[in-house]
Design a binder for this molecule. Sequence first.
Ligand code: NAD
Length: 475
Amino acid sequence: MNVSPVEPQMLSDLSVASDRGSAALVAGLKAYFRSGSTAELAWRRRQLIQLRKMLTENEARFIQALREDLHKAPQESYLTEISFLYNDIDHTLKHLKKWVRPRKVSSPLLAQPAKSYIKPEPLGVVLIIGAWNYPLQLLLSPLVPVIAAGNCAVVKPSELSPAVSHLIAELLPRYLDNDAFACVEGAVAETTGLLEQRWDHIMYTGGGRVGKIIMSAASKHLTPVTLELGGKSPCIVADDADIETAARRIAWGKFTNAGQTCIAPDYVLCTRHTADRLVPAISKAVQQMFGRNPRQSADYGRIVNSQHTLRLADLLGDGEVIFGGEVDAGECYMAPTLMRCVNLDSPVMQEEIFGPLLPVVELEEFGKVEEFVNEREKPLALYIFTRSDAIADRILSLCSSGNACVNDCMMFMLAQDLPFGGVGASGIGCYHGEHGFKTFSHYKAVMKRKNILDVDLRYAPYTNRKYKWLKMLQR
Ligand code: NAD
């Protein structure tokens, strides 16, 4: 964004102007929402089809923008961003008619004759705030259920992925109903202006620090929030794991998008015996994927900016680098890196890494893994590599996490019927498939009564006879 020097007075004028802009925008969207147009099933379907068309007709441009922002390989962008959205939209279009249907439930004897049902209704105008690491998917994947549920929305892409942000801002108004949807670009000031408005729901993806700012702004209007946050996702490797397969899958989970994935394994947890076999196997898997010099690989990503690269470089001192470790802040490059003997009290084990650096933490005995995980914040994802169902089930039942995967990393994201979301410090609420539709709908309880038969048991004056009958009927 180009910012020219301005006087303090001018700055406050600008922020007032932008607040007015946000207020007018939200008022317009609310008025359209109240017209009832967005509740029509045909309208929702049309918008979803248009959103898909926006992606198909501009696929090459999105792939190019993702390359510019994060040096993503086209295949990676296709798998983790674009095809992900195609599947999301197709799945929603296939099931939407069923999801919107009111669901009948029984009515109590005292209320007969009556019909009771639960009717999903749209919430209104939703604010979607995206993050930079999957800048397309994380902004539009929430928009799919927002549309499906019949809402209007403002999307706010991350300023740290400007190429994707500009492209969405350019294309969205060309494809979607402009009375119902808008894209607002910008950073903290613009987001703050948006957060001052009264929304019917706020969907935020990003770190927990800003998550608190979002929740506090939402609380002023009692606006419900969905917070898709992050944290340290442990990757537990048992002694009986298939080491070769585990290594390949962990390397893929950790080093895709140069480790800048909210559900990437943050650290490995295993015994020394397993670490001795796993570390060389992961190093081999990295070389198979990105060659001996990943910097020259067209398939290996870059860190989003030099500030984050320097943050990651600082973490290299928190343990012993076994593999990788090369950093070039000018090029936003950090090699896929493995560390051992990390200091558990140092930043590498206290903060979410969010980069291509994988510490392998060794435990004296494998039986301590649950304790290790449970002493820390509840993670967004938990990975367990083992051949034993008993080990997997024990860890799954003792350790809470937003999502979990046995013998792989991140693959649950592809299952449309699984909810995606955190728990505790890793997030509030969930989406994907019908779970997203539910998040952006209100399930209204409706009872329709008839005027015939008006049993007088509930009306005063209360008598012993009425009391006796009431007790019989309400048993
Ligand atoms: P980011 O810097 O892109 O910030 C996210 C959004 O918050 C942006 O749109 C940004 O403009 C806005 N923002 C930043 N500061 C703000 C402020 N002071 N007030 C209002 N809005 C503000 O992303 P990030 O926070 O660096 O993202 C990384 C974090 O997000 C990691 O913790 C990661 O695990 C998490 N994440 C979670 C998911 C998920 O689906 N659960 C997905 C991706 C990233």
